[in-house]
Every structure is written in C-alpha cells, then in structure tokens.
Design a protein around this ligand. Structure first.
Ligand code: NAD
Ligand code: UDP
Length: 368
C-alpha cells in the first residue's frame, strides 16, 4: 500500500472560517469518517465541515481529478490533520489496509468520474470506475464490520420523465448518458446491500448543482481542461482564461428561454453530509435525500448575478442547445429539512461571490 502522509499544520495556525454548523454541532462522541474521493471538489469542502464539527477524517484518493494540495489546504483552514492515502478505491487489497489500520465508523463515497460528455465517449471506463469503487467499498466495509455509507448521488437519477420539483419517492427515470446510469446502478447496488444486511445504513444524497467555494478562497472547484459545467466556465471567463461563455439554448419553455437549475453552495452541501452522517449512525436501511435549495435559476440569471455581485463583465453569446440538457431540474428539499434538520443558508449572491474569490486567488486552480 502506498500511504502518503500530508504535512499537518500547527494547531495554532488555524484560520477561523466557521461553517454555519460549527456553532451548534460539536459531535459527541467523535466519529472517524473515510472520504473516498475526498480530495475532490465536494469531498474537500465536506472534509472541512466534518473536521469543524469534531469528526476525524481519512481521505483515500487516486488524484485522477484532484491533487494533494487540496488536502493540505483543508488542514490549513481547519487547523486539524487529515490522514491521507493515495490509492485507487477499486484496488480492494489496498483499500482493505485503510480499514485495517483505522477504526472507520462511516464511509462517504465521492470517488466517481463525473463528466457527462466524457461518459458518452468512454462508457466502459465510467462503468468500471464508478461501479467498481462502490463494490470495493462495500466489500471492505463488510470485511471490517463498517455499517454506514453515504453516497454521492445526483438529481440526474430522476431522468427525463419525472416532473419538477423532484421528490425522493419518485421512481428513478431514464438517463441520457452513461454517467447518469452509473448513479442509478450504484443506488440500486447500495439498496440491495442494505436489504441483504439489516445492520447496514445507506444514505443516498441526490445533489443538485453545487457551485461556489469555501469563503477562505483556499479551496474550490478546479476542473482539468475546458470546464463542462456552467459556473467554472463563467469563472474562467472572468479570470481571462476563456474568451467568452456560450449559453446553450434560449428557446426552452422557461421564463427567459434558458435552462433552469437548482444551484447550491458547496458549503451548504458539505454541511448536509455532516447531518447525513449523524442520521446514518442512528439508523439502518436505505434513506434518500435531495440536497438542493428548491429554487431554480436560469443560465442568464447566473451570468447576470455573477456580473452584478463581482462587478465583472462576462462576455457571452447564445448557441444551440446542448444534447441531453433538460429544460428544468430542481428539488423539493422538504425531506432533508424535516428529517435531517438541514436547509441551505447561502444565496446565489454568496455562490457567485465565493466562486470568484476562489478563482481570482487561484487563477490556475491548485496548479500555481
Ligand atoms: P471530483 O472529481 O472533484 O471528486 C471526485 C474525486 O474522486 C476526485 O478527487 C478523484 O480523484 C477521485 N476518484 C475518482 N475515481 C477514483 C478512484 N477509482 N479511486 C480513488 N479516487 C478516485 O468531483 P466532485 O464534484 O467532488 O463530485 C464528487 C461526487 O459527487 C462524484 O461521485 C460526482 O459524480 C458526484 N456529484 C457531483 C456533482 C457536481 O456537480 N459536482 C453533482 C452530482 C453528483
Ligand atoms: N451551460 C451553458 N454553457 C456552458 C455550460 C453549461 O449554457 O458552457 C448550461 C447548460 O446547458 C445547463 C446549465 O448551464 O442548462 C447547467 O449546466 P451544468 O453542466 O453546469 O450542469 P448540469 O445541470 O448539466 O449538470
């Protein structure tokens, strides 16, 4: 096993950026949470929320879409150390060693490939990575008696048929790409595992559209190559790395003709994982939660808000529709509020401001 220790920071160096949950959520007793794929965008923000809440965090990542610097920055923000393993989650032998060396209470499974377009080009790579990481985690959990897993699912599982706003009891729909199908399949695999083992607790978190960054500007989204997603593209136009944004379609049946999505601040999303961990540790069986705001914004509204909040012009043109895009996708977020006691705290202006704060401080992402 290749274990890679990341330098830990002196506790006195902690920079105080309290997330909203820290004031009232000191965890007792402390749990040890393994974040598979925890060096990535959502994982690194979740690591901050978990550490701020008193949990211990272990990260296992192969850095296929991230880098160790993100973990060092998590340590700097929180003043706490993270145990870091560089490994492929599919490698069950190496993953086993992580479980044997640590008393893991719960796993959060972020370790997936996530580019929709790439999944159409390389379906086998996507099925292999996303399904095998899930099976490997479940096998190790079974071997070491770990009974709690939180899974990074997606609103994409609602597919094309379901009407908005999406509620958790709707049937999973028909996806338009292999990435979406891996999420549908992984949900099914996890549900089946929980049916077979009555001690297992599975929480399926269906994320909507995470954007924004930690308010410190030290961690954020760092896509490799040309961004596929809207907000990183806007941010790279703002910082001068891209000339202009193309808005995909303005003839949808929406108020301004552009698609509407449920954008959620990544720190609110991260806080949702802390609530989900607390829930999982107390329950058994499978539970599904939407993590969204419940309020959709159009592409044009995103661009206008980014420009207004940050005082930067985003040159943009309107192009044709992007294949596979739904006109609208947004959550009914009532269940997460009533059962987890979670709701979003940050608005669209916060999302745009924090995205720009990250991008302007790190014009080339983590690669300086
Ligand atoms: P990300 O790419 O930033 O993070 C994923 C991490 O997993 C990366 O650090 C990557 O290196 C790691 N990884 C991938 N395969 C691995 C493997 N075989 N072994 C070890 N590490 C591996 O992506 P993210 O935006 O943080 O997303 C996290 C999860 O949330 C993914 O499963 C993604 O599908 C899901 N999700 C993301 C969004 C979004 O818009 N960002 C929306 C819905 C769901
Ligand atoms: N979008 C766009 N231009 C871009 C990237 C995205 O107009 O360069 C639009 C896209 O068509 C969709 C919305 O922005 O309507 C959100 O897209 P994203 O890829 O961020 O998330 P999705 O909801 O597709 O997962």
């Amino acid at each position: 096993m290749s274990r890679k220790a990341v330098g830990t920071v002196d506790k006195t160096e902690k920079i105080c950026y309290n997330s909203f949950i820290t004031c009232n959520m000191e965890v007792d007793p402390m749990s040890t949470i393994l974040l598979a794929g925890g060096a990535g965008y959502i994982g690194s923000h979740t690591a901050v929320s978990l550490l701020d809440s008193g949990h211990d965090v272990i990260i296992a990542d192969n850095f296929s879409n991230s880098c160790p610097e993100a973990v060092s920055r998590v340590e700097k923000i929180t003043g706490k150390s993270v145990k870091l393993y560089e490994l492929d989650i599919k490698d069950t032998d190496k993953l086993s060693a992580v479980f044997s060396e640590n008393n893991v209470d719960a796993v959060i499974h972020f370790a997936g490939l996530k580019a929709v377009g790439e999944s159409v080009e390389k379906p086998v790579v996507y099925y292999r990575n996303n399904i095998d990481t899930t099976l490997s985690l479940l096998e190790c959990m079974s071997r070491y008696g770990v009974k709690n897993i939180i899974f990074s699912s997606s609103a994409t599982v609602y597919g094309e048929e379901n009407p908005v706003p999406y509620t958790e009891e709707m049937k999973r729909g028909t996806c338009t790409n292999p990435y979406g199908w891996t999420k549908v399949m992984m949900e099914q695999i996890l549900e089946d595992a929980a049916k077979a083992d009555p001690e297992l607790s599975v929480v399926l978190l269906r994320y909507f559209n995470p954007i924004g960054a930690h308010e410190s500007g030290m961690i954020g989204e760092d896509p490799q190559g040309i961004p596929n997603n809207l907000m990183p593209y806007v941010a790279q136009v703002a910082v001068g790395r891209r000339e202009k944004l193309t808005i995909f379609g303005r003839d949808y049946e929406t108020p301004d003709g552009t698609c509407r999505r449920d954008y959620i601040h990544v720190c609110d999303l991260a806080d949702g994982h802390v609530k989900a961990i607390d829930y999982a540790l107390d329950h058994k069986g499978t539970e599904v939660f939407n993590l969204g705001t419940g309020t959709p914004y159009s592409v044009t509204e995103i661009v206008e808000t980014f420009q207004r909040v940050n005082g930067i012009e985003i040159p943009h043109v309107y192009g044709s529709r992007r294949a596979g895009d739904l006109p609208e996708s947004y959550a009914n977020a009532d269940k997460a509020l009533s059962i987890l006691g979670w709701k979003t705290r940050r608005d669209l202006a916060d999302m745009c401001r924090d995205t720009w704060n990250w991008q302007k401080n790190n014009p080339d992402g983590y690669r300086k």
